[in-house]
Design a protein around this ligand. Sequence first.
Ligand code: PGA
Length: 251
Amino acid sequence: MARTRIPLIAGNWKMNGLKADALSLARVVAAGVKQEAWKDREVLVCPPATLVMAVAEAVKGSGLLVGGEDCHAKASGAHTGDISAEMLKDAGASHVIVGHSERRTDCGETDAKVKAKAEAAWRAGLLPIVCIGETLAEREAGKTLAVLETQLKGSVPAGSTAAKLVVAYEPVWAIGTGKTPTTPEVAAAHAHIRKVLGGLMGDAAGVRLLYGGSVKGSNAAELLAVADVDGALVGGAALKADEFLAIAKAA
Ligand code: PGA
């Protein structure tokens, strides 16, 4: 049975933001979200770990959600520099991005690691946003759908349900480049993702599938109107309150 998929507009701040500017960005976004009082969409910001707690406190009561950009698979232990899902939860997060292509590339994260992180998110009571996406070489070789399928099979934990999983499709070549796939290309990728998830989960009709990669105010409406696109994961444009709110409005 299909279930209503509430659009999710998620901002990924990446390694950007010192306290003063980050808090003012968060406050302006939160004020916009509070004013709109949306019941038909969710808006999330994922600041760097150092700012999760301060942002969560600053936006409390606004309806703006706060998440982490990554977490370790373990709850605690000898993992210098890492942050657990439990720590994010304790800081006020409700969501966590896992398997972003920058982590897969910079930190050598494998599908198995990403899956363990998604399971850690569940353990802590966070909703994981599992990222997948092909490189330019893979797209040019005609391997996009096969790559997405492999990543999904490796990264999505058993026991996933629509309430426990969000998937973000982010073509690596579209991240931070100003380039986006055509809307038929996005539609084909998302349809394939839902089909593969259906095979893994039994029923994936209710799972939210976000598109990410150079989403901005001016292209959001077109991308969000594509079949099977249930929201956006936004990098650069999430650092400007007016751009990010324009994307949320387009949802
Ligand atoms: P971008 O990044 O919007 O700057 O392309 C998206 C992402 O990496 O999540």
